[in-house]
Design a protein around this ligand. Structure first.
Ligand code: HEC
Length: 113
């Protein structure tokens, strides 16, 4: 995906956050990523992966409290087509506009739950 389609399809949201590191509070920062930023970077994820409890459907995986590296690797596996099936395609679409740092922050967020 080139930078233009990234900007068009994706998140002014994410771009705005990039320039607002002051939003990150100290205690949410881990060596892996920033949980506070992760929460803001992935507002759509919570419809299926509820950070405050069980996933919205029993068949959807629970991300809460998982190891951040595990979550990061799982997300990259979707992006790299290493997981297949309709649900994997859905997940790839969800992740496509996130940068590597976004994925790290989102992973830190869910692992902190
Ligand atoms: C429409 C519902 C839906 C949305 C929205 C969604 N996911 Fe998913 N997610 C799923 C499903 C279903 C799977 C399992 C897919 C499969 O079969 O591999 C999954 C799998 C995952 C996994 C792999 C978990 C594991 O243990 O293997 C991660 C990580 C993940 N999602 C993160 C995210 C993030 C981050 C977002 C937001 C950017 C997001 N998801 C948005 C439904 C969703």
């Amino acid at each position: 995906m080139n930078i233009f389609s990234k900007v068009i399809t994706g998140l002014t949201f994410s771009l705005a956050l990039g320039s607002a590191p002051a939003l990150a509070s100290q205690e949410s920062t881990t060596p892996f990523g920033d949980a506070k930023l992760g929460e803001m970077k992935a507002p759509s994820c919570v419809f299926c992966h509820n950070p405050n409890g069980a996933p919205s459907q029993a068949s959807y995986p629970n991300l809460n409290g998982q190891d951040p590296l595990y979550l990061f690797n799982a997300m990259n596996a979707y992006l790299n087509d290493e997981r297949s099936g309709a649900m994997a395609a859905l997940m790839k679409a969800q992740l496509q506009n996130l940068t590597e740092q976004d994925l790290r922050d989102v992973a830190a967020f869910y692992s902190s739950k």
